[in-house]
Ligand binder design. Structure first.
Ligand SMILES: [Cu+2]
Length: 154
């Protein structure tokens, strides 16, 4: 078991070389990093991205999320019959030693029905609830679409 963990740790380190993750919060063995909110062309809709790393030995599921503005819904991007669209996702499962990266073109959180538009420079409070590791709150900075997308092109 010790050996397995060491190997996994080495792989994670190698994958991260040159792109240091910035941890913003932690619930038990679940680390949250690289949180960012991107504004969209629609004033009352924004998208939220972050990375989850499960350092524990148990599979965990993200079963709840909320944000200080608007309604937060977990989405995935699916392609059906040549059409790409977004679809709500119920639960997100993170295996032991697993990393799930929310990023453009994949998993993301939609913030909808915001009373005021998100403005670059602002920050939004987010709360995640995990079945095993419990709750974590963190702050996600709001970025323009262009600046936010640049973060994912590395
Ligand atoms: Cu979406």
């Amino acid at each position: 078991m010790k050996t397995t963990q060491l190997v996994a740790g080495t792989l994670v380190f190698a994958a991260c070389a040159g792109e240091q993750r910035v941890e913003v919060g932690r619930a038990g063995e679940m680390a949250v990093s690289d949180a960012v909110v991107l504004v969209t062309a629609v004033p009352d809709i924004a998208s939220l991205y972050f990375t989850l790393e499960n350092h524990g030995t148990e599979t965990d599921t993200l079963r709840g999320l909320s944000a200080s503005i608007g309604t937060a819904t977990l989405h995935d991007v699916v392609t059906e019959g040549g059409l790409t669209r977004m679809a709500p996702v119920g639960l997100l499962t993170i295996p032991p030693d697993g990393t799930i990266e929310l990023r453009p073109g994949g998993y993301h959180v939609m913030l909808t029905g915001m009373a005021e538009p998100a403005i670059p420079g602002d920050s939004i409070e987010v709360r995640l609830t995990f079945a095993v590791n419990g709750q974590v709150g963190f702050v996600a900075p709001v970025m323009s679409f262009a600046d936010g997308m640049a973060r994912f092109e590395r």
